[in-house]
Each structure stands twice: as structure tokens, then as C-alpha cells.
Write a protein that binds this ligand. Structure first.
Ligand SMILES: [Zn+2]
Length: 140
């Protein structure tokens, strides 16, 4: 999806100019105010969407140390009973940059709805027998 903040703001500006040329009735003034508010909201939404996320990937056993707590194991037990092998670790927060989007910001952690409260690391394992996925995670 192509989101063009510039185009939306330009359209709003042009409508505002047109209304000023025509002379502002009370109704038109209300419309201009509403358009300005839409423009501000659009700007915030586009900025939020464009914000780069903090998640990075480290493949295989190199990823076991990309953790916020103890190192991840190289294998994890699959539901079928076999040892699943580590495929990769997805991790965020190690860059120290606060301007990057993180998983913990996606939902609130309140009123009985649990969600992560800080940067996370997620190890993903594939079973060599049934190819099922097993995962482990921790957070800062
Ligand atoms: Zn399995």
C-alpha cells in the first residue's frame, strides 16, 4: 500500500486555499478545521507506519546468545517427542535505539489481557521428524 502523507496534506492545503478564496462561512470554517484535524491524524498514522521496527534475525546456533535472559537451547522438544533444531532467533532491543517499533507496543498489558512488557527475543525450532514449529521466548 502506498501511503503518501505529502499528497494528502497537499490536497487538504488546496481545499483550504479554495475555501479562503470563496470566503469563509461558518460551515466552511468548520470543514476547514475538520480537514486540518484529519491532516494531523494522517501525519501521525503515516509516521507510525513508516517507523522501522526493531526486530532482527540471527540464523541457527549463532542466535542462541541473542537473548534477554539465559542463552536459548540449541534444541527444543517437539510435541511429537523429538528434538527440534534451532532455525533462527528473532530479537529486538539490542540496538539501544528507542525510536524503533517493538512488539510490546502492539497491545496493552492490562485488565487481564497479557502481552509483552519489554523488548523480546524469540527462538524458533523445526522438528526434523514432523517439521512442526516450536518456539521459546524471553523479554528484557
Ligand atoms: Zn515433531
Amino acid at each position: 500500500m502506498d501511503i503518501s502523507k505529502h499528497k494528502v496534506l497537499q490536497d487538504i492545503y488546496e481545499v483550504t486555499q479554495l475555501v479562503e478564496e470563496l470566503g469563509c462561512s461558518t460551515e466552511l470554517t468548520s470543514i476547514v478545521v475538520a480537514l486540518s484535524e484529519i491532516g494531523e491524524q494522517t501525519e501521525k498514522i503515516v509516521d507510525a507506519v513508516k517507523r522501522k521496527n526493531a526486530m532482527e534475525i540471527t540464523l541457527g546456533e549463532d542466535g542462541v546468545v541473542m537473548t534477554w535472559q539465559n542463552p536459548f537451547p540449541k534444541t527444543a522438544q517437539c510435541d511429537c517427542g523429538c528434538d527440534a533444531r534451532i532455525a533462527f532467533v528473532a530479537h529486538e532491543g539490542f540496538s539501544g535505539r528507542d525510536d524503533l517499533k517493538r512488539v510490546c507496543e502492539m497491545h496493552d498489558n492490562e485488565d487481564g489481557n497479557m502481552w509483552l512488557h519489554d523488548s523480546c527475543a524469540v527462538a524458533v525450532y523445526f522438528c526434523p521428524t514432523c517439521l512442526a514449529v516450536t518456539s521459546k521466548y524471553n523479554q528484557a
